[in-house]
Design a protein around this ligand. Structure first.
Ligand code: SF4
Length: 151
């Protein structure tokens, strides 16, 4: 996640701990990897989440992201505090371009629907709108139509 999202997540520490289950660690010092430079993140600094019990520290035993769950339980927009990287997956931003995270898809088989008959563009419409906003998405749709009519 971006450093700013990391800082925001830390402000939610107490609330997250309250909804964590027994498979998740409440020791905040075990939640994050060291910061590293990454130009594809808005602040230029990325912070990874650590694994605990073989899964992301924020993933509960039901396979739900606690950061998203917390927002939903509070009646907030579901992605209010969720890192953009996580919202977008299996899409990702690489070298300033929205693309498909092939490397992670290979490692995270459980995040992929087997035999899906739709494109990632179709199945991730909500995520693309989240990234570009409704106006940006409309512009993208127009480009897509133009491209399809020419090809
Ligand atoms: S979406 Fe998954 S990887 Fe991202 S913080 Fe939540 S549990 Fe971790």
């Amino acid at each position: 996640m971006d450093k700013k999202e990391y800082e925001n997540t830390l402000t939610l520490t107490e609330q997250l701990i309250e909804i964590f289950d027994e498979t998740q660690t409440k020791d905040v010092s075990k939640w994050f990897e060291p910061e590293e430079e990454d130009k594809d993140f808005a602040s230029g600094i990325a912070v990874g989440t650590e694994l605990h019990n073989g899964k992301c520290v924020f993933l509960d035993k039901q396979g739900l992201c606690s950061i998203q769950r917390l927002s939903m339980e509070k009646g907030e927009p579901k992605w209010k505090n969720k890192p953009l990287y996580c919202v977008l997956f299996p899409l990702t931003i690489y070298e300033n371009t929205l693309t498909i995270d092939n490397e992670h898809i290979d490692r995270l088989k459980t995040c992929n629907k087997e035999g899906a008959q739709m494109s990632i563009y179709e199945s991730c419409t909500e995520e693309i709108i989240h990234l570009f906003g409704p106006d940006g998405f409309a512009e993208l749709q127009a480009y897509k139509k133009e491209f399809e009519s020419e090809n």
